[in-house]
Design a protein around this ligand. Structure first.
Ligand SMILES: Cc1ncc(COP(=O)(O)O)c(C=O)c1O
Length: 239
């Protein structure tokens, strides 16, 4: 690889013009979008408008001007990125809180199934949250196994398989359709954590038949520090 060849690849890159839409500190090569995405340039004026005009001037009227609908409206914009319908995605709470809610909802579906399965290498927060959630449901249990033993862990007691689609350290990706089908064939629901997928790789939740998913807004969706999480509820858990 030569500098000229690299520049030729850059020149032919269809995504290259999008760089100009981000605030980029001079000389910095930033590869940490998996932790905090860069600042979209349009966000500077939008944030100032939110504070000075919408909050400062419009005050309570801003709820009716669009604030109240923002979770569903922004969810609808994210939906095509993750293979969901616009009315299936809502932006609220944090990834961890949404995970907790989804695990408890899945456990409450069928009192005969009390086990949540996940992989030992999952993001530590997911395991802490799953552990806390099973502790709130009488008789529930978290079964954590190595990645290569997941298939055999899916027995008739399992209510939910919880996996992170793209691994936060290795980048390894689960086949979403395959693992969703495996969980459902065992009678369990499937919950995907899309924190390292949404906005970075193609995701097809409905095409894969996924039941539940959560993700986060501040990595590849560039929502800024503290950006809300993104839970999705499939039809099988609606209501
Ligand atoms: C895969 C994964 N799950 C869960 C979380 C937790 O997100 P939060 O602390 O915003 O709730 C993160 C955060 O980095 C994550 O990468």
């Amino acid at each position: 690889m030569t500098l000229a060849a690299a520049r030729a690849l850059d020149a032919a890159d269809g995504l290259a013009p999008l760089r100009a839409r981000f605030v980029r500190p001079e000389g910095l090569v930033y590869l940490d979008g998996n932790s905090l995405g860069m600042l979209p340039a349009d966000s500077v004026a939008a944030s100032a408008d939110m504070v000075t005009r919408q909050w400062g001037e419009r005050l309570i009227r801003s709820w009716n001007d669009g604030w109240i609908d923002a979770p569903a409206r922004i969810g609808g914009l994210i939906a095509p990125l993750i293979g969901a319908a616009a009315d299936e995605v809502i932006v609220c709470d944090s990834t961890s809180v949404n995970l907790f809610k989804a695990v408890v909802a899945a456990l409450r579906r069928d009192p005969a199934r009390r086990v949540v399965v996940s992989e030992a290498g999952n993001f530590p927060t997911d395991l802490h949250i799953a552990s806390g959630a099973v502790g709130c449901v009488p008789g529930a249990e978290l079964r954590v196994v190595p990645r290569e033993r997941l298939a055999e862990a899916l027995d008739g007691d399992v209510a939910l398989l919880l996996l992170t689609h793209v691994h936060y350290k290795s980048g390894a990706r689960f086949d979403m359709a395959e693992w969703t089908a495996r969980a459902q064939a065992a009678g369990a629901r499937m919950l995907w954590d899309l924190s390292h997928s949404a906005g970075a790789v193609a995701v097809d939740l409905n095409g894969s038949g996924a039941d539940l998913a959560v993700g986060c807004g501040y990595k590849y969706l560039n929502g800024g520090p503290g950006a809300r999480g993104v839970p999705l509820c499939g039809e099988t858990l609606a209501g």
